[in-house]
Design a protein around this ligand. Structure first.
Ligand code: NAP
Ligand code: GLV
Length: 306
């Protein structure tokens, strides 16, 4: 089996070493123009020229959870597309989101501000019941985040396309339930895939439906959020703060107002990183399943786009 590795955001060496060790019968190469077509591709945002040179791929392994960039390309027909299913990302996402929610709930920024000003002032504890967290997307990552938030006893609601049964999480299903879900949310966590149905979903209309003084945590994709609408709602006070791990253009352009906005905390797309060892172990198992013609968890449905 020939495996072609074409990932634009990561040094290839650890991947080559790991894949060759895990799949000793395979030839694993970093793709170069002119290479013979491969049987299996391991990719992150490859150039279109890569796909145009792959007429006989059996499977495409995306080394991330989100496949929005892949879905925007012209892919070879007939190849099964498999995304990462957790592979060590869910626990990272849970710690990132819990950290952000707790920082808002415990007023860390205001305490820091007091301390820098030499003020020793304890704040009155707030009632957790006034801090319902709404998780958009109850998939692999959203479910883990919802469960982690429950351990801190926040009320947790979730929104998804199909009904879920996650103990203690009140589920809201489909577009018609979105206004209700938003109206009950004090902290909104976005963990949706980016698809035509979810692009720009965090906009003036939806964010205005959140409880006054809401917080927004976007850890999915920058194109879910209409930047100007968030800025307007921050200015009006309806949204009190936002934690953004993702931006429409990455890196964020140097003149973008998010960089220095006092109510926005930015991180450089680091909430859940791809882990080489875990990912190679998962891909190795799935290559074997694909070769046996079996179903694999994380297979992308190209029609729905995730
Ligand atoms: P997943 O398992 O596919 O879960 C997606 C969830 O979104 C599912 O619950 C799905 O509903 C729901 N959904 C999809 N379209 C919807 C719609 N139109 N309306 C309502 N719900 C909808 O994906 P995942 O592994 O949890 O990853 C989620 C996203 O996180 C990725 O796509 C990626 O963009 C982002 N991500 C970001 C980072 C980072 O570092 N910032 C890292 C990893 C992933 P059903 O369950 O009913 O299908
Ligand atoms: C990262 O953003 C991913 O989709 O894995």
């Amino acid at each position: 089996m020939n495996i072609s590795f074409c990932c634009t955001n990561t040094p290839p060496e650890p991947w080559l070493v790991g894949l060759r060790a895990a799949l000793p019968g395979a030839q694993v190469l970093v793709w170069q123009p002119g290479d013979a077509p491969a049987d299996v591709a391991v990719v992150w945002m490859p150039p279109q020229a890569f796909w145009d040179a792959q007429p006989r791929l059996r499977a495409i392994f995306n080394i991330g959870a989100g496949v929005d960039a892949l879905m925007a390309q012209r892919l070879p027909r007939g190849a099964r597309i498999v995304r990462l299913d957790d592979a060590g990302m869910a626990v990272q996402m849970a710690e990132y989101v819990c950290h952000a929610v707790i920082a808002y709930f415990r007023e860390w920024a205001a305490i820091d501000h007091d301390i820098r000003a030499g003020i020793w002032r304890a704040r009155e504890p707030e009632a957790r019941a006034d801090w319902p967290v709404g998780v958009m997307g109850l998939g692999v990552l959203g479910e883990r985040v919802a469960r982690a938030l429950q351990t801190f006893e926040f009320p947790v609601n979730g929104w998804s396309l199909s009904p879920k049964a996650i103990e203690g999480v009140r589920g809201f299903v489909g577009a018609e339930a979105l206004p209700d879900f938003l109206a009950q949310t004090r902290v909104l966590v976005n963990l949706l895939p980016l698809t035509p149905a979810t692009e720009n979903i965090l906009n003036r209309d939806t964010l205005s439906r959140l409880r006054p003084g809401a917080f927004v945590i976007n850890v999915a994709r920058g194109r879910h959020l209409v930047d100007e609408d968030l800025l307007a709602l921050l200015a009006s006070g309806h949204v009190a703060g936002a934690t953004l791990d993702v931006c429409r253009t990455e890196p964020l352009p140097s003149d973008h107002p998010f960089w220095r906005h006092p109510q926005i905390r930015l991180t450089p797309h680091t909430s859940a990183r791809t882990l080489v060892v875990d990912t190679i172990a998962q891909i190795t198992r799935k290559i074997a399943a694909v070769e046996r013609g079996e179903a694999v968890v994380g297979e992308v449905n190209a029609q729905r786009g995730y």
